[in-house]
Design a protein around this ligand. Structure first.
Ligand SMILES: *[C@@H]1O[C@H](CO)[C@@H](O)[C@H](O)[C@H]1NC(C)=O
Ligand SMILES: *[C@@H]1O[C@H](CO)[C@@H](O)[C@H](O)[C@H]1NC(C)=O
Length: 983
């Protein structure tokens, strides 16, 4: 700003010098002065509205210094006051043009404009003016008046009908209301009326039929009622007509056929139920842009449309058009965008159609497609085929019904953004930039279908992020508000292959395209509709309005049913709101994230891992309850085939279990595949020895690297743990847990296929053989601590099973290529149920990591994991393994050493010397403190993992709500369990 002022001053000095020169050469003897009344009016205008800063004198026109003009390229940002100094023999100057564009001039429009008796042009494009238009405007001999993008309200004064000179009246993107004045119909010179995005009421006055010179009439996004008047047929010179999203009723009058000069015709979202056949546009041969969207048009597309060879954009979407696409469309050589989305078009999708640019044929009834792709080059074919077509790719057909078995219970998408985690859920990345006519599908799990181009800015983006925006703004709440997916027209998100049932759909929105300051950038209005499963839940939804401003998040929650494997969320722009603020092409749906969770209890695959229930055997109801898709099938197979051999099922008839229709292949690998991947379990591929057998590295034909855990089926315990792992791990997804890809059961082979972790285990990195040790700097170690804590918070509090891991140790923490930690080995994990007694009959865990109450009394709660986590944290801090036994007598216990150091105030001795001095001392002290708390003997004294995580992440301490009795259990000095006394 300062720079702008100083440069304008220097420019003015230059201009002054130049004008001084001209003064002596061209007009040596005459004074050219602005009349006093006009000087006063101009000065009053400047004084009343901010950011104008004129210093008007009678000589301001010739010396040029009074109006501090600035001209910039692009010409959108301009101050330009010009005068005509030829009056009274060149002795008098009058101000004729005032242009203040994108200046954020603020305040009420001053009535003193009415005193500018020679003002012909007033352009206040993109500012922050409010108030109403003063009736004094009737005195101004205006030819052109533009108030685009301000906050002006009230109705258009009927007095404007007295300005006989008026040609261009451009009031779009304001807050005008009331009826349109009839008086404007008197202005025979009027040729441009642009009133888009205001809140008018009533109909278009009959008198406007007199405006025979009309070339541009735009009322899109302005609420009007009534039928589209047939007098528009009088406007035979018109070039541009835009009536999108007005709320007017059809049909389109037949007189439209008379507007043969039209280059752009845009009508959309007509109200009412009156259908019509395609209007007669045969003689509109100059059309470059034709939009007749959602106008209830039935019947075929006329052949002559294909003869409009100037056509660049054609949008006939969301009608009821039938028949086939005319062959004449092949001749549309200039066409850039063609949207035939959502009609009943039939016949074949021919080869030539697939070669067109940006063409959307989705949601139709075609019977033949010469492709099996749902996105073919630049053509969107999602759901384009009739349901009667056989053997088509599923996404080409209506409903996008799951091609395999439904298997998903939830869906998390970070729209327009990267993969991220929030509240323990992993949000899928959604970064694809395409959206004009585009279908994107991710793994038969979710998809989006986007249609539409930004009118007048077809380069505008389909994804947005705060980082790439021109405003600096903070959005509180989840990270997913930082990014968004956008669409100028229609955006459908799909959850695919979802289990039948009721779901909670949360849609997260934050307006990040408008500013939240007092500039014109904040004046946009985004309005769109939201339907889920075909039902319109939100009409005229306005994010900023609902959230209380731009840059604020808002979540809308809906309960919906999924009956046929597909969840459809449709965001649709019905032509309303602004389209050019802060820049052209900012409009249409915007969504930040999607969270879909089941409203029903996900059938528990885990019940067979509970020792007690297992002993009771299975109830038929429980068995019905566990059918959770393919992965469970595996378990069922095991139950039927393997377990009875081992004397497991206690005589229960396995035929009770209905296996019909279950496809065993989908989530499993064959032994052959795994042998091929691991080079027949070659010893060179062995990467470790887990609790239940060796682990091998392998490569799948698709290039994925895997870790295969080979379990022996001979051991009964192995089988149980195997079941345990498979049942739960398939249902557990978290960035800090190792992912299970699948499994294999063949003969006596039990194999688990995991994602491969490039950096093996934390134990190896910290204190493995020297050649395998990794240099772990403090920030990495801190990240690892936080990651393990996150994984445990998920297991303890956020997952559907609420699991105690029971065997947290540094060999069970794996590191990916970026040294992110992932917890592995759920072989000991156990359902954690509130009603259980906490007393486990079988103790499993690893010496040195096990909490004393668990090791000695079998007393198992989440606090046992907290203890183990504390030990691992001590290992990370010290770089030392937790126990080393040099001889019978000489034993080193890391935990005891740490607590001794604490008593002697030498805690920093704990820190791994390899870290040198290169660490954040405060951070390391926090971590040491956490480790010590976690390794307290009494479970009651240990924090929960949630608390641990918030301390590690430096978040304010949370008040813990103690909901169960575990925190009351303490170990006395003799390590006996007692209950804490009320005090
Ligand atoms: C200033 O405005 C006048 C009137 O609209 C126009 O003719 C002139 O080109 C403008 N000057 C600049 C430098 O934009
Ligand atoms: C200035 O005003 C005179 C008298 O009204 C007019 O004839 C002339 O065209 C005007 N000049 C400009 C540049 O507008």
């Amino acid at each position: 700003m300062e720079f702008a002022i100083s440069s304008s001053i220097s420019f003015s000095v230059f201009l002054f010098g130049f004008l001084l020169l001209s003064f002596f050469t061209a007009f040596p003897s005459k004074a050219q002065l602005i009349p006093r009344e006009e000087v006063e009016a101009l000065q009053a205008i400047s004084d009343k509205i901010t950011n104008v800063n004129w210093k008007v004198t009678p000589t301001s026109c010739i010396k040029g210094d009074g109006f501090n003009n600035i001209f910039t390229s692009p010409p959108g940002v301009t101050r330009n006051v010009t005068c005509n100094c030829t009056f009274q023999n060149g002795t008098v100057c009058h101000v004729t043009n005032i242009l203040l564009k994108s200046q954020n001039v603020a305040g009420e429009i001053p009535s003193e404009f009415g005193n500018l008796t020679h003002l012909t042009e007033l352009d206040l494009y993109l500012n922050y003016l409010n108030g109403t238009i003063p009736t004094s405007f009737r005195h101004i001999p205006l030819v052109t008046v533009s108030l685009v993008g301000n906050r002006i309200s009230g109705s258009i004064p009927t007095e404007l009908g007295e300005i006989a000179t008026l040609r261009d009246l451009v009031f779009e993107d304001n807050q005008f209301g009331g009826p349109l004045p009839h008086s404007l119909g008197n202005l025979s010179n009027l040729r441009r009326i642009r009133l888009s995005a205001n809140n008018f009421t009533g109909t278009i006055p009959e008198t406007y039929g007199n405006l025979k010179n009309m070339i541009d009439f735009s009322i899109d996004g302005s609420t009007l009622s009534g039928k589209i008047p047939s007098f528009i047929g009088n406007w035979t010179t018109i070039l541009y007509m835009d009536m999108e999203g007005t709320g007017m009723e059809g049909p389109i009058p037949s007189t439209i056929s008379l507007l043969t000069n039209l280059k752009e015709l845009r009508i959309s979202d007509l109200k009412g139920t009156t259908t019509m056949v395609f209007p007669n546009l045969k003689n509109l041969k100059s059309l470059e842009r034709l939009i007749l969207r959602n106008c209830l048009i039935t019947g075929p597309i006329p052949m002559y449309i294909g003869e409009m060879t100037n056509l660049r954009t054609l949008d006939l979407s969301f009608n009821m058009l039938s028949g086939s696409i005319p062959d004449s469309f092949q001749n549309l050589n200039l066409i850039n965008h063609m949207f035939l989305t959502n009609n009943s078009l039939s016949g074949a999708i021919s080869e030539w159609m697939l070669q067109k640019y940006n063409t959307d044929l989705s949601y139709n009834n075609f019977t033949v497609a010469s492709t099996s792709n749902c996105q073919s080059l630049q053509v969107n074919l999602a759901s384009s085929l009739s349901s009667s077509v056989r053997n088509a790719t599923f996404c080409l057909k209506k409903g996008l019904t799951c091609p395999g078995k439904p298997q998903y219970y939830s869906l998390f998408i970070n729209s327009g953004g990267p993969k991220m985690e929030f509240e323990g859920n992993e949000y899928e990345e959604d970064l694809n930039q395409n959206g004009i006519a585009y279908f994107y599908i991710k793994d038969d799990k979710w998809a989006y279908s986007s249609t539409g181009t930004y009118i007048y800015n077809d380069k505008a983006n389909y994804v947005a992020s705060l980082q790439t925006n021109k405003f600096s703004m903070n959005v509180n709440g989840s990270e997913y508000y930082q990014t968004a997916r956008l669409s100028p027209q229609s955006l459908k998100y799909y959850g695919l292959c979802m289990m039948k049932g009721g779901y909670k759909v949360k849609l997260h929105f934050a307006e990040i395209m408008f500013s939240d300051d007092q500039t014109f950038n904040s004046l946009g209005t985004r309005i769109f509709d939201v339907s889920i499963q075909g039902f319109k839940y939100l009409r005229d939804f306005n994010i900023a309005k609902e959230a209380g401003g731009a840059g604020k998040g808002i979540t809308k929650v809906f309960d919906v049913d999924v009956n046929d494997t597909t969840l459809e969320i449709h965001l649709y722009w019905a032509g309303k709101g602004t389209t050019a603020i802060p820049t052209r092409g900012v409009y249409g749906p915007l969504i930040s994230a999607i969270t879909v969770t089941p409203n029903f209890k996900v059938p528990s695959q885990g019940f067979f891992v509970n020792d007690q229930r297992k002993e009771k055997g299975f109830s038929a109801a429980a068995i019905v309850g566990i059918v959770v898709g393919l992965c469970v099938f595996l378990i069922l197979v095991l139950l039927i085939i393997i377990l009875p051999k081992n004397g497991f099922l206690g005589g229960k008839d396995p035929q009770d279990i209905d296996l019909k229709g279950l496809d065993r292949k989908t989530c499993m690998f064959t032994l052959k595949e795994i042998k091929a991947a691991t080079n027949n379990f070659n010893a060179d591929n062995k990467i470790g020895e887990g609790g239940f057998g060796p682990v091998f590295k392998g490569i799948l034909p698709d290039g994925r690297i895997i870790a295969v855990k080979k379990l022996s089926a001979k051991s009964r315990q192995g089988n149980r743990e195997f079941l345990n792992e498979v049942g739960m791990i398939f249902a557990l997804h978290h960035p800090c847990l190792v992912k299970l890809y699948g499994c294999c059961v063949e003969g006596d082979q039990l194999l688990l296929v995991y994602e491969f972790m490039d950096n093996n285990s934390l134990a190896r990195a910290l204190f493995g053989p020297e050649e395998f040790q990794l240099k772990l700097e403090w920030p990495t170690r801190h990240k690892i601590c936080v990651g393990i804590a996150r994984g445990l918070v998920y297991l303890h509090e956020e997952s559907i099973f609420k699991i105690v891991h029971r065997d947290i140790k540094s060999t069970n923490v794996l590191l990916d290529k970026d040294l992110n930690p992932k917890i592995s080995d759920f072989g000991l994990a156990k359902l954690y149920e509130e009603e259980s007694t906490h007393i486990s009959t079988r103790i499993s865990g690893t010496r040195g990591y096990m909490a004393p109450e668990y090791a000695m009394h079998g007393y198992l709660t989440k606090k046992a994991d907290v203890y183990s986590f504390g030990i691992v944290t001590l290992e990370i801090l010290s770089g030392k393994t937790n126990t080393t036994q040099k001889s019978e007598e000489e034993c080193f216990y890391l935990r005891d050493w740490a607590h001794q150091l604490k008593d002697g105030n030498h805690l920093m001795d704990l820190v791994d010397p390899k870290l040198g001095e290169d660490f954040n001392r405060e951070e390391i002290m926090t971590v040491i403190d956490v480790a010590l708390q976690c390794t307290e003997n009494s479970p009651a004294l240990r924090p929960t993992m949630t608390k641990v995580l918030s301390i590690l992440e430096g978040k304010p301490a949370i008040q813990e709500v103690v909901s169960d009795d575990e925190s009351e259990i303490i170990l006395d000095d003799d390590l006996k369990l007692t209950k804490k006394q009320e005090s």
